[in-house]
Structure formats: structure tokens, C-alpha cells
Design a protein around this ligand. Structure first.
Ligand code: UT7
Length: 334
């Protein structure tokens, strides 16, 4: 039997330090006008030195757990979507579990599974699928899904083609099979990928990067991207995946209350909205304030939409995303 699963807590964390387009004008040959026209971005937030993806993720998670009324010792799974983990080892999930007192909580009865995974900007949607499958096979599971990114740590602030695009943030949700007090039912998730396109967006520093102690890191340590190719793929994949999930659930565009696409570029968001033919008032965007925060964009956008009144519990919501890999996917909440 398939157990329904529900989102019962949502939280986000935005680092207080702001970097505006005018700040970037001082670092590279760019302009507020170029960045605004080509991307819609006006500012992004960056982590202070000494504050890491796990700190921001833990703060978002605390808010989600509090809303769900879930104690640390009740969490059974910590899944962390990130392409900028604190370390290659240990997992950021283990670090967050430690910071929240999940792993070592007094009174803990069962085991806790902690797992990082990397689907780049599609991480949150992939994480919803992981959470959904976990709850379906373990109906007592209480899954904490965190999406956290410290992209400023891998941004090359001498490369104007990428440094204007990214920012840091985190979002989190609590997912379980209990309907009481739920915000949304997780109705369906679709996840896709095309590994033959893995060269389009890269962040080095894995084991393919051969450096020894004392070496300076090269440009491949930082984010690199073939912008226009990614742009075209993003528009096509998010449009098609959205159509797929709506069709297989028999939901029309008119029935949707809100469409929250990955926040990478306002032009991409508008193009997807137009191709789908969705009322522009139902398309949520906050990329102007944060830039692209990769896996974190969707839960951060959900929280902002909720605070603005655009998103309320029980609404029919379509989420869609794309990212490095290439990966892409969509989720339906109701
Ligand atoms: O989550 C996945 C992450 N990635 C994305 O979502 C990115 C998808 N791609 C994009 O958003 C867009 O392709 C960009 C915003 C990255 C670039 O916009 P574009 O309209 O594709 O510009 P372009 O790359 O074709 O560059 C146009 C011009 C070039 O100059 P020339 O060759 O025409 O003289 C660039 O060198 O703009 C120049 N340029 C800049 N100028 C001022 C590139 N970056 C900048 C900059 N400031 N920051």
C-alpha cells in the first residue's frame, strides 16, 4: 500500500550579509543594468567567514521542525541536498544532525539515517522524491529534508559570466505520513537527468581534481558554466516536466494556485511561464533578492511566497527545477 505523505513544516535561512550588483561592479567589468536586464537579479546574500552550509541548513531545519512540532529525537532521516557541502566527508547531513542534537539526543529510540546527495539545483525536487519513497516504505519515518548552499565559497569573483548569478541560502521541510497539522500533501514527483550533458555546469574540487598540499587552486575549483546552452535546456526541460506531472495527475493549469520554478534567472522563469501558458500572476519569483541559490531556491521561494500571502496550506502548487548534471524535475503539492 502506498502511504500518502505530507509536508508538515517549512523553514528557510537567509544569511544577513548582502552583496548588491553595485558591489560586483567594483570587482568585475559589469553593470547593474546588464545584470538586471539579463537575469533580473539585484542582490544576493553571502555567508560570513566561519559560517558554513551546515549552519544555514541547521537554522532552516530548526524552523521547519518547530512548525511541525517535531522534536530532534523524533527525526528518523536527515537528507541534505547540496553541491557545496561543508566537507567531502563527513556528510553535511551528519553535521546538521549533530548541530540540532538529532544524533545524540537523549531518549532516542531508533536509528537515524543521514545522507547528502547532489542533484545540483534540482536537489530539493530529488529530495522530495527520496522523502516520499522513504515514507512509503517506512510509514513511521519523520524525514528532515534540508537544501543548503554556500555557493559564494565556489564563486570565482574574477569571472563576470558566473559571479553575478549565485548566492547562499538554505531551506528545509519536514515530511511524514501523518496528515494532522499538515501544510501540503506531496502528491507526485518526477525526476529526470541527462548525464551526457554533465560538462555544462561544473564545480571542481572532487577527486578528479589532482592537487597536493601547497598548490594554489585553479579556475576549475570554481563554478563554470556554458550559460546559453544551460538557458535553452532549462526552459525546455522545466516546461516539459511540468506538463508531464500535470498530465499524469489530471490537473489543468487553471486548477493550479501557484507555480514556483527554480530561481536562476527571471528570463528563464518568464519563458517557462509563457510556454506553459500559465497566468503570470500565478508565477512566483524572488530571484531578484537572492540570485540563484541552487538546491535552496525552491524551499526559500515557498517560504517567501507564504510570507507574502501568495502561498497558503492546501493550495495546489507546482514546483519545477533544473540544474547541473543535467538534472531536472517537478513536484505537485496539494
Ligand atoms: O541553475 C543553473 C545555473 N545556471 C543558469 O541558470 C544560467 C543559465 N544561463 C543564463 O542565465 C544566461 O545565459 C546568462 C545570464 C548566464 C548570460 O546571459 P546571455 O544573455 O546568455 O549572455 P551571453 O552569455 O550571450 O553574453 C552576452 C554578452 C557577452 O559579450 P559579447 O561576447 O556579446 O561581447 C558576454 O561577454 O554579455 C557579456 N557578459 C557580461 N557583460 C557584463 C557576460 N557576463 C557579463 C556580465 N556583465 N556579468
Amino acid at each position: 500500500m502506498n502511504h500518502p505523505c505530507y509536508i508538515c513544516g517549512l523553514g528557510s535561512c537567509i544569511p544577513p550579509r548582502v552583496m548588491t550588483n553595485h558591489d560586483l561592479e567594483k570587482l568585475v567589468e559589469t553593470s547593474d543594468e546588464w545584470i538586471t536586464t539579463r537575469t533580473g537579479i539585484k542582490e544576493r546574500h553571502v555567508l560570513e567567514d566561519g559560517v558554513n552550509a551546515s549552519d544555514c541548513g541547521a537554522e532552516a531545519a530548526r524552523a521547519a521542525l518547530e512548525e511541525a512540532g517535531v522534536l530532534p529525537e523524533e527525526v528518523t532521516h536527515v537528507f541534505v541536498a547540496t553541491c557545496t557541502p561543508d566537507y567531502l566527508c563527513p556528510s553535511t547531513a551528519c553535521v546538521i544532525a549533530s548541530k540540532l542534537g538529532i544524533s545524540a539526543a537523549d531518549g532516542r529510540k531508533g536509528n537515524v539515517m543521514c545522507l547528502d546527495f547532489n542533484a545540483a539545483c534540482t536537489g530539493f525536487v530529488y529530495g522530495l522524491e527520496l522523502a516520499r519513497n522513504t515514507v512509503q516504505s517506512h510509514p513511521d519515518a519523520v524525514v528532515l529534508l534540508v537544501a543548503t548552499e554556500a555557493l559564494s565559497r565556489r564563486t570565482n569573483f574574477t569571472d563576470r559570466t558566473t559571479c553575478v548569478l549565485f548566492g547562499d541560502a538554505a531551506g528545509a521541510v519536514v515530511i511524514r505520513s501523518e496528515e494532522k497539522g499538515a501544510l501540503w500533501q506531496l502528491r507526485d514527483v518526477v525526476c529526470s537527468s541527462d548525464g551526457s550533458l554533465h560538462d555544462l555546469i561544473k564545480i571542481g574540487g572532487g577527486s578528479a581534481c589532482r592537487i597536493k598540499e601547497g598548490d594554489a587552486v585553479g579556475a576549475d575549483w570554481f563554478i563554470s558554466m556554458q550559460g546559453m546552452a544551460v538557458f535553452k535546456h532549462a526552459v525546455r526541460s522545466m516546461t516539459e516536466e511540468s506538463q508531464t506531472i500535470l498530465a499524469r495527475n489530471g490537473i489543468s493549469l487553471d486548477e493550479l494556485d501557484l507555480f514556483i520554478p527554480h530561481q536562476a534567472n527571471l528570463r528563464i522563469i518568464k519563458a517557462v511561464g509563457e510556454r506553459l501558458g500559465i497566468d503570470e500572476n500565478k508565477v512566483f519569483a524572488n530571484v531578484q533578492h537572492y540570485g540563484n541559490t541552487s538546491a535552496a531556491t525552491l524551499p526559500v521561494a515557498m517560504e517567501d511566497a507564504r510570507r507574502s500571502g501568495a502561498l497558503r496550506p492546501g493550495m495546489k502548487v507546482l514546483l519545477t527545477s533544473f540544474g547541473g548534471g543535467m538534472t531536472w524535475g517537478s513536484a505537485l503539492l496539494a
